[in-house]
Design a protein around this ligand. Sequence first.
Ligand SMILES: NC(=O)c1ccc[n+]([C@@H]2O[C@H](COP(=O)([O-])OP(=O)(O)OC[C@H]3O[C@@H](n4cnc5c(N)ncnc54)[C@H](O)[C@@H]3O)[C@@H](O)[C@H]2O)c1
Length: 285
Amino acid sequence: MLSRVSGARTLTPEIWGGAEQTTTGVNRLRALEREGRLPFPMVAVNDARCKFLFDNRYGTGQSALSSIMNNTNLTVCGKTVVVAGYGWCGRGIAERARGLAANVIVCEVDPVKAVEAVFDGYRVMPMDEAAREGDVFITATGCRDVITRRHFAVMRDGAVLANAGHFDVEVSVKDLWEIASEHRRVRGTVDQFTMADGRRLFLLGEGRLVNLAAGDGHPTEIIDLTMALQVLAVLHVKKNRGQLSNRVYNLPDGVDRMVASYKLASLGVKYDQLNRQQLEYLHVE
Ligand SMILES: NC(=O)c1ccc[n+]([C@@H]2O[C@H](COP(=O)([O-])OP(=O)(O)OC[C@H]3O[C@@H](n4cnc5c(N)ncnc54)[C@H](O)[C@@H]3O)[C@@H](O)[C@H]2O)c1
């Protein structure tokens, strides 16, 4: 983020533009744009289809689950996994957890996403209820205080807490430290917090992005799409230098199509092409 980069303000006049690949980062940039405080053009790489459909969904889905398994050495099958947030990351996490034979509960604040989760076959309920049922909790909301002390107060002994979303504020680490009567690091990045009644809650990766703080991050077969978009976004800024305003821009759809076609070529996958008649037919209206 701009404010965190030392000397960013003095560098601003030299900067032609930039590219942002995270959901939360793009949200912050759009807020700066609305307030008229964006100092240079930015490209919302996160909003490209070849980013969120793959990196957020499959990358976070797989790497969050694998880091939780590697850190805890617990089985997923038969466990109740509570996923907070049914956006692109949450969908991927829920799908992977179900694929590993977990019982998945989804918590959402957007009623449309909640309906989608219901129709995808998940149980949906507020966190206040899910907190009593979950064995493993995974947040992916970009929001703060999704799991707090009132939830910790009713969780099962042995519950595992992991955040795959934003910074270290989705699971209130502050609350955990305040209400725990004892803390012990039990292995690697697993912290055990013992409650006054003896229940133990296990926090992974200090509540930071579990797949990064306590794992290997996304598989390269996924992140290569994101990196390709990042490079193309920077080239887009360079090519259009002086013609872009201090706004957040989406990458042209052609860039998505190009990256996807290279990906398919690298996988040896062929796909159909529209012929001239079909093109004309589709573009008639
Ligand atoms: N771990 C990683 O490697 C990784 C990768 C990509 C994105 N992210 C981060 O994950 C977060 C989610 O990204 P996304 O692309 O899925 O975003 P998204 O906007 O598609 O989804 C977020 C969802 O969370 C819901 N939500 C918001 N506040 C909530 C709350 N308090 N309780 C329940 N649900 C709530 C929203 O309604 C939305 O459906 C962002 O912070 C993003 O930066 C992490």
